[in-house]
Structure formats: C-alpha cells, structure tokens
Ligand binder design. Sequence first.
Ligand code: ATP
Ligand code: MG
Length: 244
Amino acid sequence: MINVIVNGKGGVGKTVNANHVLPFLTSSSIVVEIDNNNFSSIYSNSQQIDGKTVTTKQNDLEKAIDDADFDGYKKNIIIDAGGGEDTKKVIKAIQAVGLKVVYWLPLMPDFETIGVLRSTRELIGNDKCNLILSNFRDLKEDFWFIFGSEEYGIEPNIGILEHFDNSYQVPNTNLFGIAKAYKTTIWDLALIHTGYNLEVIKKEWREQGREAYHKNMQMHRLSVACDRLLRQIEESKNQIEVCL
Ligand SMILES: Nc1ncnc2c1ncn2[C@@H]1O[C@H](COP(=O)(O)OP(=O)(O)OP(=O)(O)O)[C@@H](O)[C@H]1O
Ligand SMILES: [Mg+2]
C-alpha cells in the first residue's frame, strides 16, 4: 500500500508525521520525501525506515511514483509530498497513472490553513483520505474553528470531518525533536524497551556502573514515552465523534 501525506500548505507537519507516526500506523518501511532543496538523511540511525529524497523535476517525480508502484506490491510506502505546489504536482502525477493510494492530510491549529485543507481535499477527489489533527495542546480549544467556541460565539464546523475516512490526533510533543537529535524516529525509540525484560537487563546495567545505569534508564524512560505516544495516536482513531 502507498500512503501519501499531502497539504498545499507548508509547515503543517507532513514530514514529522511521515517519519515518526505513519511508519507505525501503516507498517511502512520506506519514506520518500519530495523536496527540491532539502537532501538530508536525518533519520540515518533508524532501523524502521529507509528514507530517500527526490526532487519535483518531472522525470524524478514520475520515476519516484513508478518506484513506489513497483515496491508497493511488497512493502508499505510513505510519500511525503512536500509543501505548496509540490503537493499538487505529486497528486497530479499519481492521478495521471491511476495509482491507488491512501492520502493523509495533517491540519495544525491554524484557522488560516482550513481553506488550503479544503482545496487539497477537493484535488484528491474520491480516493481514500485520512485527517491528522496535529500539534495541538487542547484539542477542542485549539481547533475552535472545527469544534466551535461557546465562549466566543463560534458555531461548530464538524461537517468538515465528513470529507475524511478516518481521523487521528497527534498532540504537540517534544519527542519528535528529541528523536531527531538521536537521528532516529520515535517508533525506533519505542521499540528499544520492548526488546528486553527490564528486571533482567537492570542487572546487566548495574554491572556497567552508576553512570551507565543512569544513561540506560534515561533511554528506557524515553522509549516508554515514545511507545505511549504512538499507542495514544493509534487509539485516537475516529475518537472525535466519540468525544463530541
Ligand atoms: N505534533 C507536533 N508536535 C511538535 N511539533 C510539531 C508537531 N507537528 C509539527 N511540528 C513541528 O512543526 C514544524 C513543521 O513541521 P514539518 O516540517 O513536519 O511540516 P511540513 O508540512 O513537512 O513542512 P514543509 O511543507 O516545509 O515540508 C516542525 O518544526 C515540526 O517539528
Ligand atoms: Mg516537509
């Protein structure tokens, strides 16, 4: 299956969700970033994802879509479509070859971006499309333009959710940045502590001395926090209807 994260607006969380959240939610192992000027391999320590960057030059983009189609039979793939015009180019290149994909649209708590969300959703047409409410602290308060505000006389605009097949919630967190500092993803970090029995490994850590023990416990706590966040995101699937 090919998952494509899009939004005609830049800086809405496509790249962080493509690398840290979607690999876990969709069991994907390849992340293809469409970007003209950012050729980083910032997740080089990740065992879970294999990332590459391609430009939006017509040939590169078409080849990347064909590669995704070729690999997509065997593996789950994520395409991070880039911002603005890049997202439009990617959607059009996918539609030009009739490729079946699942789209993911992240939305930040910014009222100004709702128009672009609508136009991107329209461009997608009938393909499956999931919404990610991203980077909020208080869901209802921050997304007042969806949930309304009784306090300030704003009517809810819940109808917008009907245009999406599923919704997910990705709260504001420093864990994406922390994982990036380790050049890895939160899924990689989450898997660390599931690979050992804490009581057993603590014996080993004690033998390495106090300093090493502290370091190992720090990583353990980070791993548990990442695991908890991913499970919270997984469980947030379609919870909006429930919390209304
Ligand atoms: N849930 C979140 N918690 C904390 N920070 C977040 C969250 N979502 C997004 N951000 C931050 O917002 C900024 C923009 O996110 P990101 O780079 O993923 O956007 P983008 O849509 O890929 O941007 P571009 O269109 O420029 O490629 C980043 O600094 C990212 O770390
Ligand atoms: Mg990006």
